[in-house]
Design a protein around this ligand. Structure first.
Ligand code: SF4
Length: 98
C-alpha cells in the first residue's frame, strides 16, 4: 500500500499557540536562568539538576577527544561541573526525595 505523498513547501509552518511570555508571567518560578550557558538559557530546575549530575559522573572524566560526539557532549557539560546553582538544586532535590 502506498502512502499519500506529503506536499512540501506549501503547508503553513508550525507555530506553537502558547504565548511564552504570558506563560512565564504566570509561572515565574517554573524556569531558572542559567548564567553559564549561552543565549540566556532558561531551563527547568530538574533539567539543571540532571546536567549537574551528568557533569559530575566519573565516566565523563576519562573520555578524551575521541569519539568526537562524546567529546562535544562532555565539553557541553563542563560549565555544570562546579556550578553552585546546580549543586544547590541537586541538594534540594535529594532533600525533597528523602
Ligand atoms: S548546572 Fe549550572 S551551568 Fe549547568 S545548566 Fe544548571 S545553572 Fe547552568
Amino acid at each position: 500500500m502506498r502512502r499519500a505523498r506529503k506536499t512540501r513547501g506549501k503547508s503553513v509552518p508550525f507555530s506553537p499557540s502558547l504565548d511564552v511570555n504570558a506563560w512565564l508571567a504566570e509561572n515565574p518560578d517554573a524556569l531558572i536562568t542559567c548564567p553559564s550557558q549561552p543565549g540566556n538559557l532558561k531551563l527547568l530546575p530538574s533539567a539543571c539538576v540532571k546536567r549537574h549530575q551528568a557533569a559530575n559522573e566519573p565516566k565523563w572524566s576519562t573520555i578524551g577527544a575521541e569519539p568526537f560526539h562524546l567529546f562535544v557532549f562532555k565539553m557541553n557539560l563542563v560549565a555544570c561541573r562546579n556550578c553552585a546553582i546546580g549543586a544547590r538544586l541537586a541538594r534540594e532535590t535529594k532533600v525533597m526525595a528523602a
